[in-house]
Design a protein around this ligand. Sequence first.
Ligand SMILES: Nc1ncnc2c1ncn2[C@@H]1O[C@H](COP(=O)(O)OP(=O)(O)OP(=O)(O)O)[C@@H](O)[C@H]1O
Ligand SMILES: [Mg+2]
Length: 442
Amino acid sequence: MSRLQTNRNGTGAPPLTNEERFLVIKRQLHQQLITGMDLSAIGSMNEEELRLEVRRAAEELIRHGSDLLNLNERERLVSEVIDETFGLGPLEPLMRDPTITDILVNGPKVVYVERRGRLEPADIAFHDDRHLVQIIQRIVGRIGRRVDETSPMVDARLPDGSRVNAIIPPLALDGALLSIRRFGTRPLLVADLIAHKAITREMIEFLSACVQARINVIISGGTGSGKTTLLNALSAFVPSEERVATIEDAAELRLQQRHVVRMETRPPNIEGEGEVTTRDLVKNALRMRPDRIIVGECRGAEALDMLQAMNTGHDGSMTTIHANDTRDALSRVEMMVGMAGFDLPIWIIRRQIASAINLVIQVARLPGGVRKVIKISEITGMEGDVISMQDVFGFKQTGVDDFRVAQGYFFATGLRPQCLERLEVSGVGLPISMFERRVLNV
Ligand SMILES: Nc1ncnc2c1ncn2[C@@H]1O[C@H](COP(=O)(O)OP(=O)(O)OP(=O)(O)O)[C@@H](O)[C@H]1O
Ligand SMILES: [Mg+2]
């Protein structure tokens, strides 16, 4: 690549290559567009107008800077900047707004966003359904996926970790539907959860000890209730010398440990081949000498493998599950184990569950959008054919405030956890007084 005569800064640093020069100009142009252009106007421009506008700004910049770019390079500059800056069209300003956690597009003219747990209409629209589908194509196209009549549904993860689901007509009846679950720049950590009153210090102290003592934990909750967030936050208590393997459908977890190996499942391709399931990855992970296995979400037959892993020396494993109560979570596990296709008698499945899982944490999205840990239950064994559980901590909703946000209090049930002894042995013992029946301060 030819070297240019100009120096980087006149200090004798090596001159920029053409490519470096190109990148510098591109970055400047990108920045200028973001700060200088009227983004709401851009939302109503079509691709052609947008190109003209960007080209005009690019010409301006290049004229001021230098005439170093040839015609081809200018063309490439304009295309790349348009893609990078406006790839998401009217969604761009929403994607740049850090207070928005979810973007929900219900056809070209109806868009909602979630801010601080509340849904509100967003003041943007697409020209028509074609425009919306075009943007969807662009979003999923960047990561090598596509959506069209033969595969009208797509579930994908953006490079920044956000999750995208799109479903287009004819399956979607009133225009294409797009749901983007933003991935905040920083995940909520334990301190944030306490600050948001999602959990109390005592509860965290207990969970921290449980994680350190390699108690097997399941986090249960409804859609968007904060399961993954809590799992991620709790992972902070995994001692840093341990080797952790994570398995997810769409990698969201951001563990703070050094020794983490991450794996992601793969959907089948358009010919229906090449699928790699959570189950495959759990089996594979077992051969990787992990100390713990973390499965982002258990939704099928992998539950069996997870139980086996938990029962065979991978204590301290964690996963999340979609259920509305801690007891309901166990029925779900039971059902999912059934999906593995072995015709196991129910009492064997239950015995496996009771010996594998120690703790179930229930999270919920309450009125007003607040997320809370509403129950921490311990599995204490079997009574006949039934798995016995006891609740250690809970949250009681008493009403809603003037803004219809759930109000209530956290409490300790007064039941002393059976695992206290195990915590003690692991060097993370807790005082019994922590579990006395009372209302907890937040
Ligand atoms: N305690 C909290 N306080 C405020 N916001 C929270 C809290 N917990 C989670 N959130 C936010 O709620 C949204 C959903 O959280 P998360 O992805 O953890 O839920 P989930 O139950 O794992 O969802 P899914 O069912 O899609 O797997 C995220 O935007 C997250 O930042
Ligand atoms: Mg999740």
